[in-house]
Design a protein around this ligand. Sequence first.
Ligand SMILES: [Zn+2]
Ligand SMILES: [Zn+2]
Length: 173
Amino acid sequence: MKICSLFSVGVSLPEVEEEAEKVLKSKFSLLPRFEGVVPPDARGSRYSQLLAELQLENVLIRKPEDSIFVLALTPYDLYSDGLNFVFGVAYPFRGCIVSYARLLSGNKDLFLSRVRKEIAHEMGHVFGLQHCPNPKCVMHFSNSLADTDYKSEDFCPSCREKLLLSMERLGLV
Ligand SMILES: [Zn+2]
Ligand SMILES: [Zn+2]
């Protein structure tokens, strides 16, 4: 099993990290390893939002040699060039960052399900998957929380096939 490094940007929330570990193991056959909490990189931040790409790069430089990918989790809201906010950002075959700022809910099960969906989505990009036109597929683009809530936690048959191919190429299965 190959290791995927897990980082928290700003604050650690163990129940979110636990969900991340479940998703990495069950959907991607990766062995999660929590590396610690990284302070947010203040450059590019505006109001309470952090620049997604910068935070991801700040974590990627800390990736230990023996891990294949990086997954960063943050309670801070993220934005990207030209986008008011993003749920996450991914660099194919390198790593991704997921913000749970906009996923919070009074219903804990709903919150954790949203967290699993956004992690599966961004990790899908890490494995080279693109957005999927099927609104139930976890690789469907979420413009809003309603889109996230509508889609399932799973990959559609077509995306699943692409994911498996990518996992085979990387020697994960
Ligand atoms: Zn996406
Ligand atoms: Zn799909």
